[in-house]
Ligand binder design. Structure first.
Ligand code: ZN
Ligand code: ZN
Length: 174
């Protein structure tokens, strides 16, 4: 997810370049992506490059209920302008690159898509991933994975739950 864009930055405004990429694993502090593939289109603007990214990958995370490791297919698409901190033709510093919330291209002219991808994943990802929609989770009492079968706590609690369920049905009927 790092592309040298010196050539792209030296092109005339309006020029478009497309780069495909394919990476086995991309790691972030708090997230890992596997089988990352997609393409980046770069349009030369007056300030820098308008980057349109489209990526598919498998995110490795943990089920929020039973903590099992799962892989969730995700798609990331975004469009952001990246501004070089140094002018690619003159080597002069570019002031507008220092504005807050600007994605920057460093003095080495390497377009690093990591941070942008990370931000978009955090925005699009479900807050509570599940291994399957009906995951039963772990018993809060003894920690047993309830997908593998009931624990003893459930047996003890059963009568009370059934009594409650019975009450509820009666109320609904009246
Ligand atoms: Zn689960
Ligand atoms: Zn239990």
């Amino acid at each position: 997810m790092q592309i040298n864009v010196l050539r792209e930055l030296r092109q005339a405004i309006g020029a478009v370049s497309v780069v495909d990429f394919d990476e086995e694993t991309v790691r972030f502090d708090d997230l890992e992506l596997n089988r990352v593939g997609g393409s980046v289109s770069m349009l030369r603007t007056d300030r820098g490059l308008l980057v349109t990214l489209s990526v598919e990958a498998n995110a490795r995370e943990r089920c929020s209920r039973c903590l099992k490791e799962i892989e969730t297919p995700i798609e990331i698409t975004f469009e952001e302008e990246y501004v070089p901190v140094v002018d690619a033709n003159t080597g002069a510093p570019v002031r507008s690159a220092l504005l807050p919330d600007t994605f920057r291209i460093g003095p080495d002219f390497v377009l690093d898509l990591h941070e942008g991808v990370r931000q978009y994943i955090l925005m699009s990802e479900p807050a509570k991933p599940l291994c399957r929609t009906d995951c039963k989770g772990l018993c809060p009492n003894c920690g047993t994975d309830l997908n593998q079968g009931a624990c003893r706590c459930a047996v003890d609690g059963d009568d009370r739950w059934q009594a409650l369920a019975g009450l509820k049905t009666e109320n609904e009927g009246s």
